[in-house]
Design a binder for this molecule. Sequence first.
Ligand code: GLY
Ligand code: MN
Length: 425
Amino acid sequence: MSTFLSDRRARVAAALHLGDALLLVGAGEPILLPERTDQTYPFRADAEYYYLAAQECPGGVIAFDPRDGDHVGWVSFVPDVTEGERIWEGREQPPGVSIAALEPWLSARRGRPIVALGTPARDVESDAGLTAQARELLHHARRPKDATELALLRRTAVATAAGYVKLRSALRPGITERALQIELEAEFFRHGATRPGYGSIIGTGPNSAILHFSPCDRVVRDGDFVLVDAGAEIDRYMTDVTRTYVVGQPSAFQRDLYQIVLAAEEHAIARCVPGAEWRDVHLAAAMEMTAGLVHMGVMRGKPESLVEQDAHTLFFPHGLGHLVGLGVRDGSGQLPGRAKSTRPGLATLRLDLPLQAGYVVTVEPGLYFIPALLNDPARRERFRDCVNWPLAEQHLHLGGVRIEDNIAVTAGAPENLTAAIPKNL
Ligand code: GLY
Ligand code: MN
């Protein structure tokens, strides 16, 4: 077994505090398509399994007995590949011990509590309390990225950058969102991607204000915002980048909006240092962008007071970012033991913890004109004096701007893994 995997497993063994409990981590099984055929969704092992196995293996189980020692107590049980799988899918027998040996392994340890992580086989009787505790600890232990993970993330950043260059060179009035998607994703693959990391988001014109817009056949027009949020994946690790462009000449209003978001993003990146509380980094960006909107005449009042009232959420309705790696939100959430904030302006944060060296975090501030928020009577009443409503209405179909990079937190200065993707409008 590779050294990185045995080091990773030993680190997890130390982090989980299993006591006398046994650990089983299941890969899960392929899921049938809702078409009543034998076809399945492309198989992706549960991330908790993949982290400890570094292989896709439907039906695989990683088992660990702490009594056998942090390094040697691990066994990888794998199903025997069938003839049908060899013929239809070209599968080879993965390394590991036959799954038939799992039952005797468990019988020899009868009476011990079981922690069942990953996607467990349905017949495992696990201890729910110990499992929930171990899941939180594993989640936290996966947050700092090891050298193998960082190397994969750097490769995905290279493939992602190539895709953005290609998309940008194709951008002109008359092209559709779909055609842009094809250029972007084909270039990801040409540069080693095994998949797009998630459904690519490409929103042009008013669609750029829809936070997770799936590209369609809309034709790009002169003066449109074009918001692209996409990233390449290699071996389950992915980059998550957003850039916003204007086709043709940006208006002064578009340029101002863009500069506010860009400055907030760059300042937030500089704040990604060990010990920084993510909610503070988020609130500082919210404050800066609110001040910018006041300066543009879109919002009215003192930025501190507007943010205190959560009025900024009219234009910046999401959190500043999340952790990324083995999955687009890998390791996000709260510090173990910390409850999710109930304050409306913080409840949308996907992350609430102090940053540590080794974390890779997305920084993705955005400002949007979202009709569903700006036309909402309750919000219009509540924030009556906070917004220049006639001006906001003039831009109801303008769309929005988001700029996103992936930042490796280090003991020194933050490292922007996606800095090679240009950020000019
Ligand atoms: N890029 C998609 C997301 O962060 O949700
Ligand atoms: Mn993101």
